[in-house]
Design a protein around this ligand. Sequence first.
Ligand code: GN1
Ligand code: MG
Length: 335
Amino acid sequence: MAVERVGIGHINDSYRVRTGDGRLFLLQRINTGIFHDPEKLMDNIVRVIDHLAQRCESERDRRVLTLVPTANGHPFFEFESAFWRMYVFIDGTYIHRAVQGPGESRTAGRAFGRFQAMLHDLSPQSLHETIEGFHDTPARFEVFEKAVEVDAFLRVRECETEIQFAMDRATLSSELVKQGLPTRIAHNDAKISNVLLDTDTDEALCVVDLDTVMAGSSLFDFGDMIRTMTTGKDEDEADYASVRIQTELFRALVEGYLSEANAFLTEDERRLLVTSGMVITYEQGLRFLTDYLSGDVYYRQSFPSQNLQRARAQFALLASMELERSKLEQIVRNV
Ligand code: GN1
Ligand code: MG
Protein backbone atom coordinates (compact mmCIF):
# COMPACT_ATOMS: atom_id res chain seq x y z
CA MET A 1 0.00 0.00 0.00
CA ALA A 2 1.31 3.47 -0.84
CA VAL A 3 0.09 6.69 0.80
CA GLU A 4 0.85 10.08 -0.63
CA ARG A 5 -0.18 13.49 0.69
CA VAL A 6 -2.13 15.56 -1.83
CA GLY A 7 -2.17 19.32 -1.58
CA ILE A 8 -5.84 20.01 -2.15
CA GLY A 9 -7.89 22.35 -0.01
CA HIS A 10 -7.11 24.78 2.76
CA ILE A 11 -8.86 22.94 5.57
CA ASN A 12 -8.78 19.12 5.65
CA ASP A 13 -5.72 16.88 5.14
CA SER A 14 -5.93 14.62 2.09
CA TYR A 15 -3.99 11.52 1.11
CA ARG A 16 -4.08 9.37 -1.97
CA VAL A 17 -3.93 5.70 -1.08
CA ARG A 18 -3.00 2.98 -3.55
CA THR A 19 -3.73 -0.52 -2.34
CA GLY A 20 -1.65 -3.58 -3.25
CA ASP A 21 -4.14 -4.54 -5.96
CA GLY A 22 -3.85 -1.09 -7.58
CA ARG A 23 -7.10 0.52 -6.40
CA LEU A 24 -7.00 4.24 -5.54
CA PHE A 25 -8.70 6.01 -2.65
CA LEU A 26 -8.81 9.52 -1.23
CA LEU A 27 -8.37 9.43 2.54
CA GLN A 28 -9.17 12.63 4.42
CA ARG A 29 -8.75 13.78 7.98
CA ILE A 30 -11.63 16.10 8.80
CA ASN A 31 -10.53 19.34 10.42
CA THR A 32 -12.72 19.34 13.52
CA GLY A 33 -11.43 22.77 14.52
CA ILE A 34 -13.62 23.98 11.65
CA PHE A 35 -16.19 21.20 11.21
CA HIS A 36 -17.18 20.78 14.84
CA ASP A 37 -19.64 17.98 14.29
CA PRO A 38 -18.28 15.29 11.94
CA GLU A 39 -21.36 13.14 12.52
CA LYS A 40 -23.66 15.81 11.05
CA LEU A 41 -21.18 16.65 8.33
CA MET A 42 -21.05 13.05 7.16
CA ASP A 43 -24.79 12.68 7.52
CA ASN A 44 -25.19 15.53 5.00
CA ILE A 45 -22.66 14.01 2.64
CA VAL A 46 -24.32 10.59 2.66
CA ARG A 47 -27.69 12.18 1.96
CA VAL A 48 -26.37 14.33 -0.87
CA ILE A 49 -24.45 11.48 -2.48
CA ASP A 50 -27.50 9.21 -2.33
CA HIS A 51 -29.64 11.87 -3.94
CA LEU A 52 -27.13 12.62 -6.69
CA ALA A 53 -26.65 8.92 -7.38
CA GLN A 54 -30.40 8.51 -7.93
CA ARG A 55 -30.35 11.34 -10.47
CA CYS A 56 -27.31 10.04 -12.29
CA GLU A 57 -28.12 8.25 -15.52
CA SER A 58 -24.77 6.73 -16.46
CA GLU A 59 -21.22 6.20 -15.19
CA ARG A 60 -22.34 6.59 -11.57
CA ASP A 61 -18.85 5.77 -10.25
CA ARG A 62 -17.26 8.61 -12.18
CA ARG A 63 -20.01 11.21 -11.91
CA VAL A 64 -20.80 10.97 -8.21
CA LEU A 65 -18.40 10.48 -5.31
CA THR A 66 -18.43 7.09 -3.63
CA LEU A 67 -17.83 6.92 0.11
CA VAL A 68 -16.03 3.86 1.45
CA PRO A 69 -17.69 2.83 4.71
CA THR A 70 -15.83 1.28 7.63
CA ALA A 71 -16.10 -2.48 8.25
CA ASN A 72 -19.18 -1.87 10.41
CA GLY A 73 -20.84 0.34 7.82
CA HIS A 74 -20.01 3.76 9.27
CA PRO A 75 -19.25 6.66 6.88
CA PHE A 76 -16.24 7.77 8.94
CA PHE A 77 -13.74 6.44 11.41
CA GLU A 78 -12.60 7.91 14.71
CA PHE A 79 -9.03 7.17 15.68
CA GLU A 80 -7.11 8.87 18.50
CA SER A 81 -9.62 11.74 18.50
CA ALA A 82 -9.18 12.38 14.79
CA PHE A 83 -11.97 11.77 12.28
CA TRP A 84 -11.20 10.13 8.96
CA ARG A 85 -13.27 9.33 5.89
CA MET A 86 -12.45 7.76 2.58
CA TYR A 87 -13.72 8.15 -0.97
CA VAL A 88 -12.96 6.13 -4.05
CA PHE A 89 -10.41 8.20 -5.98
CA ILE A 90 -11.85 8.91 -9.41
CA ASP A 91 -8.98 8.08 -11.70
CA GLY A 92 -8.40 9.65 -15.12
CA THR A 93 -9.46 13.10 -13.94
CA TYR A 94 -7.82 16.46 -13.31
CA ILE A 95 -8.74 19.88 -11.92
CA HIS A 96 -7.89 23.48 -12.80
CA ARG A 97 -6.76 26.03 -10.24
CA ALA A 98 -7.39 28.79 -12.77
CA VAL A 99 -9.29 28.77 -16.04
CA GLN A 100 -7.38 29.19 -19.25
CA GLY A 101 -10.17 30.06 -21.62
CA PRO A 102 -13.93 30.56 -22.02
CA GLY A 103 -14.53 26.87 -22.75
CA GLU A 104 -13.36 25.98 -19.26
CA SER A 105 -15.53 28.64 -17.58
CA ARG A 106 -18.55 27.43 -19.54
CA THR A 107 -17.94 23.79 -18.64
CA ALA A 108 -17.44 24.50 -14.93
CA GLY A 109 -20.44 26.85 -14.77
CA ARG A 110 -22.61 24.19 -16.35
CA ALA A 111 -21.31 21.58 -13.89
CA PHE A 112 -22.36 23.62 -10.85
CA GLY A 113 -25.66 24.59 -12.48
CA ARG A 114 -26.36 20.91 -13.01
CA PHE A 115 -25.30 20.11 -9.45
CA GLN A 116 -27.81 22.64 -8.10
CA ALA A 117 -30.50 21.37 -10.47
CA MET A 118 -30.01 17.78 -9.33
CA LEU A 119 -30.41 18.81 -5.69
CA HIS A 120 -33.38 21.02 -6.41
CA ASP A 121 -35.87 18.44 -5.13
CA LEU A 122 -34.00 17.62 -1.94
CA SER A 123 -35.31 19.69 0.94
CA PRO A 124 -32.77 22.24 2.25
CA GLN A 125 -34.12 21.54 5.74
CA SER A 126 -33.04 17.92 5.44
CA LEU A 127 -29.40 19.01 5.74
CA HIS A 128 -27.65 20.18 8.91
CA GLU A 129 -25.97 23.57 9.11
CA THR A 130 -22.43 22.29 9.49
CA ILE A 131 -20.82 25.71 9.82
CA GLU A 132 -23.07 28.39 11.22
CA GLY A 133 -23.55 31.53 9.13
CA PHE A 134 -21.15 30.31 6.48
CA HIS A 135 -22.09 32.94 3.89
CA ASP A 136 -23.42 35.47 6.36
CA THR A 137 -21.35 38.32 4.93
CA PRO A 138 -22.44 40.93 7.51
CA ALA A 139 -21.30 38.55 10.27
CA ARG A 140 -18.01 38.02 8.42
CA PHE A 141 -17.62 41.80 8.32
CA GLU A 142 -18.12 42.04 12.08
CA VAL A 143 -15.45 39.43 12.69
CA PHE A 144 -13.15 41.41 10.41
CA GLU A 145 -13.84 44.66 12.27
CA LYS A 146 -13.05 42.94 15.56
CA ALA A 147 -9.77 41.60 14.17
CA VAL A 148 -8.78 45.12 13.14
CA GLU A 149 -9.70 46.48 16.54
CA VAL A 150 -7.78 43.82 18.46
CA ASP A 151 -4.79 43.82 16.08
CA ALA A 152 -3.39 40.81 17.94
CA PHE A 153 -0.40 40.40 15.62
CA LEU A 154 0.32 44.09 15.01
CA ARG A 155 -0.36 43.67 11.32
CA VAL A 156 -2.90 46.46 10.89
CA ARG A 157 -0.25 49.00 9.90
CA GLU A 158 0.97 46.82 7.09
CA CYS A 159 -2.47 46.45 5.53
CA GLU A 160 -3.99 49.86 5.96
CA THR A 161 -4.84 50.09 2.26
CA GLU A 162 -6.68 46.77 2.26
CA ILE A 163 -8.48 47.56 5.51
CA GLN A 164 -9.62 50.90 4.15
CA PHE A 165 -10.78 49.24 0.93
CA ALA A 166 -12.87 46.79 2.97
CA MET A 167 -14.27 49.45 5.32
CA ASP A 168 -15.31 51.64 2.37
CA ARG A 169 -17.47 48.78 1.08
CA ALA A 170 -19.14 47.74 4.34
CA THR A 171 -22.63 48.14 2.84
CA LEU A 172 -21.82 45.54 0.18
CA SER A 173 -21.93 42.85 2.87
CA SER A 174 -25.73 43.04 3.16
CA GLU A 175 -26.50 43.23 -0.59
CA LEU A 176 -27.48 39.55 -0.84
CA VAL A 177 -28.84 38.80 2.63
CA LYS A 178 -31.35 41.66 2.57
CA GLN A 179 -33.00 40.40 -0.63
CA GLY A 180 -35.05 37.54 0.85
CA LEU A 181 -33.81 35.09 -1.77
CA PRO A 182 -35.18 31.53 -1.92
CA THR A 183 -33.43 29.06 0.36
CA ARG A 184 -31.90 26.32 -1.73
CA ILE A 185 -29.31 23.65 -1.31
CA ALA A 186 -26.01 25.18 -2.29
CA HIS A 187 -22.56 23.71 -2.63
CA ASN A 188 -21.21 26.76 -0.81
CA ASP A 189 -17.66 26.35 -2.12
CA ALA A 190 -18.30 26.46 -5.86
CA LYS A 191 -14.77 27.15 -7.00
CA ILE A 192 -13.10 26.01 -10.16
CA SER A 193 -10.87 23.50 -8.34
CA ASN A 194 -13.91 21.62 -7.06
CA VAL A 195 -14.86 20.33 -10.52
CA LEU A 196 -13.26 17.07 -11.69
CA LEU A 197 -12.69 16.93 -15.43
CA ASP A 198 -12.19 13.89 -17.61
CA THR A 199 -8.54 13.60 -18.71
CA ASP A 200 -9.54 12.22 -22.12
CA THR A 201 -12.50 14.40 -23.03
CA ASP A 202 -12.09 17.50 -20.76
CA GLU A 203 -15.75 17.09 -19.89
CA ALA A 204 -16.85 17.98 -16.33
CA LEU A 205 -17.52 14.71 -14.58
CA CYS A 206 -18.11 15.36 -10.95
CA VAL A 207 -18.46 18.18 -8.44
CA VAL A 208 -16.40 17.37 -5.35
CA ASP A 209 -15.80 18.76 -1.83
CA LEU A 210 -19.25 18.25 -0.38
CA ASP A 211 -18.33 19.45 3.11
CA THR A 212 -20.26 22.68 2.93
CA VAL A 213 -23.29 21.48 0.97
CA MET A 214 -26.23 22.79 2.99
CA ALA A 215 -29.03 25.31 2.86
CA GLY A 216 -28.03 28.59 1.26
CA SER A 217 -28.63 30.57 -1.88
CA SER A 218 -27.89 29.59 -5.46
CA LEU A 219 -26.15 32.96 -5.62
CA PHE A 220 -23.55 31.99 -3.02
CA ASP A 221 -22.42 29.47 -5.58
CA PHE A 222 -22.67 31.72 -8.59
CA GLY A 223 -20.70 34.37 -6.69
CA ASP A 224 -17.94 31.85 -6.04
CA MET A 225 -17.98 30.87 -9.71
CA ILE A 226 -17.44 34.48 -10.77
CA ARG A 227 -14.73 34.76 -8.14
CA THR A 228 -12.77 31.77 -9.41
CA MET A 229 -13.70 31.31 -13.08
CA THR A 230 -13.43 34.74 -14.66
CA THR A 231 -9.92 36.03 -13.98
CA GLY A 232 -7.73 33.37 -15.58
CA LYS A 233 -5.57 33.62 -12.43
CA ASP A 234 -5.03 31.64 -9.25
CA GLU A 235 -6.80 32.64 -6.07
CA ASP A 236 -3.44 33.71 -4.58
CA GLU A 237 -1.95 35.29 -7.72
CA ALA A 238 1.27 37.00 -6.64
CA ASP A 239 0.89 39.72 -9.25
CA TYR A 240 -2.40 40.64 -7.66
CA ALA A 241 -2.64 43.97 -9.45
CA SER A 242 -3.13 41.96 -12.65
CA VAL A 243 -6.22 40.17 -11.31
CA ARG A 244 -9.34 41.45 -13.02
CA ILE A 245 -12.55 40.17 -14.46
CA GLN A 246 -12.32 39.13 -18.10
CA THR A 247 -15.62 39.77 -19.79
CA GLU A 248 -15.26 36.86 -22.24
CA LEU A 249 -14.72 34.41 -19.38
CA PHE A 250 -17.67 35.96 -17.56
CA ARG A 251 -19.96 35.63 -20.58
CA ALA A 252 -19.02 31.97 -21.03
CA LEU A 253 -19.61 31.29 -17.35
CA VAL A 254 -23.06 32.88 -17.42
CA GLU A 255 -23.95 30.87 -20.54
CA GLY A 256 -22.78 27.61 -19.01
CA TYR A 257 -24.46 28.19 -15.66
CA LEU A 258 -27.77 29.42 -17.07
CA SER A 259 -27.97 26.50 -19.50
CA GLU A 260 -28.78 24.42 -16.41
CA ALA A 261 -29.98 26.92 -13.81
CA ASN A 262 -32.34 29.04 -15.90
CA ALA A 263 -35.03 26.43 -15.35
CA PHE A 264 -35.27 27.10 -11.62
CA LEU A 265 -33.85 30.59 -10.97
CA THR A 266 -36.30 33.32 -10.06
CA GLU A 267 -36.27 36.77 -11.61
CA ASP A 268 -34.68 38.17 -8.44
CA GLU A 269 -31.89 35.63 -8.53
CA ARG A 270 -31.15 36.40 -12.18
CA ARG A 271 -31.12 40.13 -11.45
CA LEU A 272 -28.53 39.64 -8.72
CA LEU A 273 -26.06 37.43 -10.58
CA VAL A 274 -23.45 40.18 -10.96
CA THR A 275 -24.02 41.41 -7.41
CA SER A 276 -23.37 37.90 -6.11
CA GLY A 277 -19.88 37.92 -7.62
CA MET A 278 -19.10 41.21 -5.91
CA VAL A 279 -20.45 40.15 -2.53
CA ILE A 280 -18.80 36.73 -2.48
CA THR A 281 -15.47 38.09 -3.70
CA TYR A 282 -15.69 40.78 -1.02
CA GLU A 283 -16.56 38.17 1.61
CA GLN A 284 -13.64 35.96 0.60
CA GLY A 285 -11.27 38.95 0.68
CA LEU A 286 -12.55 39.80 4.17
CA ARG A 287 -12.01 36.23 5.32
CA PHE A 288 -8.42 36.07 4.03
CA LEU A 289 -7.61 39.48 5.48
CA THR A 290 -9.22 38.60 8.81
CA ASP A 291 -7.12 35.45 8.95
CA TYR A 292 -3.97 37.40 8.22
CA LEU A 293 -4.77 39.91 10.97
CA SER A 294 -5.52 37.04 13.35
CA GLY A 295 -2.22 35.22 12.84
CA ASP A 296 -3.17 32.79 10.03
CA VAL A 297 -5.17 30.34 12.08
CA TYR A 298 -7.81 29.25 9.56
CA TYR A 299 -6.44 28.80 6.04
CA ARG A 300 -3.44 26.61 5.43
CA GLN A 301 -0.57 28.60 3.90
CA SER A 302 2.44 27.52 1.90
CA PHE A 303 4.41 30.70 2.63
CA PRO A 304 4.12 33.58 5.13
CA SER A 305 1.74 36.39 4.17
CA GLN A 306 -0.06 34.16 1.67
CA ASN A 307 -3.37 35.15 3.24
CA LEU A 308 -2.60 38.82 2.67
CA GLN A 309 -1.69 38.06 -0.93
CA ARG A 310 -4.95 36.16 -1.32
CA ALA A 311 -6.93 39.07 0.14
CA ARG A 312 -5.23 41.51 -2.22
CA ALA A 313 -6.10 39.39 -5.23
CA GLN A 314 -9.76 39.22 -4.13
CA PHE A 315 -9.95 42.97 -3.65
CA ALA A 316 -8.29 43.65 -7.02
CA LEU A 317 -10.94 41.46 -8.63
CA LEU A 318 -13.72 43.26 -6.79
CA ALA A 319 -12.36 46.66 -7.85
CA SER A 320 -12.39 45.52 -11.48
CA MET A 321 -15.99 44.31 -11.17
CA GLU A 322 -16.99 47.71 -9.86
CA LEU A 323 -15.51 49.31 -12.96
CA GLU A 324 -17.08 46.82 -15.37
CA ARG A 325 -20.40 46.46 -13.62
CA SER A 326 -22.69 47.90 -16.27
CA LYS A 327 -21.00 45.84 -18.98
CA LEU A 328 -21.43 42.68 -16.89
CA GLU A 329 -25.11 43.46 -16.28
CA GLN A 330 -25.53 43.92 -20.02
CA ILE A 331 -23.97 40.52 -20.70
CA VAL A 332 -26.40 38.84 -18.27
CA ARG A 333 -29.35 40.53 -19.95
CA ASN A 334 -28.17 39.34 -23.37
CA VAL A 335 -27.57 35.69 -22.50
C1 GN1 B 1 -11.83 26.80 1.88
O1 GN1 B 1 -10.71 23.84 2.10
P1 GN1 B 1 -11.20 24.41 0.83
O2 GN1 B 1 -10.06 24.87 -0.01
O3 GN1 B 1 -12.14 23.51 0.14
C2 GN1 B 1 -13.10 27.37 2.53
C3 GN1 B 1 -13.99 28.04 1.51
C4 GN1 B 1 -13.23 29.09 0.77
C5 GN1 B 1 -12.03 28.45 0.11
C6 GN1 B 1 -11.20 29.47 -0.61
C7 GN1 B 1 -14.82 25.28 5.12
O4 GN1 B 1 -12.15 25.70 1.12
O5 GN1 B 1 -15.08 28.65 2.14
O6 GN1 B 1 -14.02 29.70 -0.18
O7 GN1 B 1 -11.21 27.79 1.09
N1 GN1 B 1 -13.81 26.31 3.23
C8 GN1 B 1 -14.16 26.44 4.50
O8 GN1 B 1 -10.42 28.81 -1.54
O9 GN1 B 1 -13.98 27.47 5.14
MG1 MG C 1 -14.21 23.48 0.43
